[in-house]
Design a protein around this ligand. Structure first.
Ligand code: FEO
Length: 163
C-alpha cells in the first residue's frame, strides 16, 4: 500500500478540504445576497468562483490524500453570511477571506517543509501561486468597483469571472 503522507499533513489537508468547501459556501452566500439585490453580474461572478475554483481546490487536496495513501475525512462546513451592508463590505470580506486562505496554505507548506514531505511540494507550490491569483482577483474586483465611482448598475453589467 502506498504510504507517502504523514499523519500530520493528512490531518491538515483534511482541514484544508473543509476550508476550500467553506470558501465555496461563503461565495455562494455572497451570490445569494447579490441575486436578492438584482446584481446579476456579481452573483454570477461569485457562483462561478465557488464552482470553478473553490470546489476544484477541495478536490485537488482530496485526490492528493488518496493518491498518497492517506485517509480523506470530510468535516463540517459552517453556515455562512447571506447578508451584507453593501457591495463594498462584501468585497472587502472576500479579500480578507483570501488572505486567510493564503495563510492556511502557508501553514501546509511549513508543515510539509518541516517534515521533508517533498511529494507535497508541487501541489502546495501550485496553491501558493494560485493564492496570488485569488487575492488579485478580488482586489481587482474591488478596485474596479471603486473606479466605477460605485455606480452599481454599470459596474455590475461589466464584471466577468476569468474562470
Ligand atoms: Fe481556494 Fe479562494 O482559495
Amino acid at each position: 500500500m502506498v504510504d507517502l503522507i504523514s499523519k500530520e499533513l493528512n490531518e491538515l489537508m483534511n482541514k484544508q478540504i473543509v476550508e476550500e468547501l467553506q470558501s465555496a459556501y461563503i461565495y455562494l452566500g455572497m451570490a445569494a445576497w447579490a441575486i436578492e439585490k438584482g446584481l446579476k453580474g456579481l452573483a454570477n461572478f461569485m457562483k462561478t468562483h465557488a464552482e470553478k475554483e473553490e470546489y476544484k481546490h477541495a478536490m485537488k487536496f482530496t485526490h492528493y490524500i488518496q493518491e498518497t495513501g492517506g485517509k480523506v475525512k470530510f468535516d463540517t462546513v459552517e453556515s455562512v453570511a447571506t447578508e451584507y451592508e453593501n457591495v463594498e463590505e462584501l468585497l472587502v470580506a472576500a479579500i480578507k477571506h483570501e488572505e486567510y486562505i493564503t495563510n492556511k496554505i502557508k501553514e501546509l507548506m511549513d508543515l510539509a517543509t518541516t517534515k521533508n514531505e517533498y511529494y507535497a511540494f508541487d501541489l502546495l507550490n501550485w496553491f501558493i501561486q494560485e493564492q496570488i491569483e485569488e487575492e488579485n482577483l478580488f482586489t481587482d474586483l474591488y478596485n474596479s468597483f471603486l473606479l466605477s465611482g460605485k455606480m452599481l448598475g454599470v459596474w455590475d453589467q461589466h464584471i466577468k469571472h476569468p474562470e
